[in-house]
Design a protein around this ligand. Structure first.
Ligand code: ZN
Length: 304
C-alpha cells in the first residue's frame, strides 16, 4: 500500500497540479459558487451537505438519472473525514477506519456492476464482507462519477493531465493534446512512469512518431473512442480500457491499410486516479478543516 501511495503522490506533480487548479479557478474556468463557504471553517458537514455542495457546481445538476447515489449509509451522517479513491476495496475500507474517515467517495462501482445492483448478492460472502464492514463502522459511501465528469471541465481529465505533467499542452474541455514529438515507445514509458503503471497493452508501431494525443481516461466505450478518432485523427489514443474486439481491432485495421495510428491502454484505475485527487482538492478547498485523504486503490489485474 505504501508503495502505491508513494507512486501516486509524487510531490512535484502534485504541486504542479495544485498550481494548475489554482490557475483555473483564478481564470474562472471551474465554477465556484461556494466561495462564501471557503472563507471560514463552519459547523461539521453532513454527507448530504457535501453532496449538495458538489452537485450545485455541476451544470444541470442534480441529474434525474445518475449512478452517483448513496450505496451505504445516510445523508444525515456527520462527516469525520473523507477518503477519495477509484475503487472501494477492503483495504480502502480498512484505511478509512484507520484514518477515522466515515465517508468514502469512490469514482467507480463498489459492488461489481455499473449501477451497483445488490439484489442477487445478498447471500454472497464477498458482498457481505464489504457491505457489513462499512455498516459496522458507520461508514457512508457516495459514488461520485457522473458529477465529477460533468463539471464545467471534466475533473477527472484535469486530474489525469496533472498526473501526466501535460498541463501546458492542455486546453480546457478538449481531449486533444499536442505534446512534443516523441515515439510511441517513449510515450508509453512516460505514461508508465508518471502514473506508476508497470506495463501497458498497446496497438501500433513502437517507433511511430506521436505528437497529437487523444486522451480518453476510463472506459468511454468503443463507439465513442472510434468516433473521437474519426473526428480528431490523432497519432495515438491514450485510454483507460476498451473491449478487445472494438477499438484495438479498429486500430489494427487502420495500421493494416497504412494509417499511422496507435493506442495505449493505461488500465482503468490508473487512467482516472487523478480524478480522485481532484475531488480531494475540491473538498480541501470548499470544506476547510475537514480531513480528506486520497488513497489510490490500484489495479485488481496484475501483470506477470
Ligand atoms: Zn470516470
Amino acid at each position: 500500500m505504501d508503495k502505491k501511495l508513494s507512486a501516486a503522490a509524487k510531490p512535484n506533480e502534485r504541486r504542479q497540479f495544485l498550481k494548475l487548479s489554482g490557475a483555473m479557478l483564478g481564470a474562472g474556468l471551474i465554477g465556484n459558487p461556494f466561495d462564501a463557504f471557503s472563507l471560514e471553517p463552519r459547523k461539521p458537514w453532513t454527507v448530504g451537505e457535501i453532496m449538495d455542495a458538489f452537485i450545485a457546481q455541476v451544470p444541470n445538476g442534480p441529474f434525474e438519472k445518475t449512478v452517483d447515489t448513496l450505496k451505504v449509509g445516510s445523508r444525515d451522517t456527520v462527516v469525520t473525514g473523507v477518503v477519495t479513491t477509484m475503487f472501494t476495496t477492503m483495504e480502502i475500507i480498512q484505511k478509512a477506519i484507520e484514518h477515522k474517515a466515515n465517508l468514502i467517495i469512490p469514482h467507480e462501482p463498489t459492488f461489481f456492476s455499473g449501477s451497483d445492483e445488490t439484489d442477487y448478492l445478498q447471500e454472497d460472502p464477498v458482498f457481505r464482507a464489504k457491505y457489513d464492514l462499512m455498516e459496522k463502522h458507520g461508514i457512508t459511501l457516495w459514488r461520485n462519477h457522473d458529477y465529477v465528469h460533468r463539471m464545467q471541465d471534466d475533473g477527472v481529465r484535469v486530474g489525469v493531465v496533472g498526473d501526466l505533467g501535460w498541463e501546458e499542452y492542455y486546453q480546457p474541455n478538449s481531449p486533444i493534446l499536442h505534446i512534443p514529438k516523441t515515439n510511441l515507445k517513449d510515450l508509453i514509458n512516460h505514461v508508465k512512469t508518471s502514473l506508476g503503471v508497470p506495463a501497458m497493452r498497446y496497438v501500433g508501431d513502437l517507433e511511430q512518431s506521436c505528437s497529437k494525443v487523444l486522451l480518453l481516461p476510463g472506459a468511454v466505450g468503443g463507439r465513442m473512442q472510434i468516433t473521437q478518432i474519426m473526428e480528431h485523427r490523432p497519432d495515438v489514443l491514450v485510454c483507460g480500457e476498451s473491449n478487445e474486439w472494438e477499438t484495438p481491432e479498429y486500430v489494427r485495421a487502420a495500421n493494416e491499410i497504412g494509417m499511422k495510428l496507435s493506442m495505449i491502454e493505461i488500465g482503468h484505475s490508473a487512467s482516472e486516479e487523478g480524478g480522485s485527487e481532484f475531488v480531494k482538492n475540491w473538498l480541501n478547498q470548499h470544506m476547510p478543516g475537514l480531513p480528506v485523504y486520497h488513497i489510490p486503490s490500484g489495479n485488481s489485474l496484475q501483470v506477470f
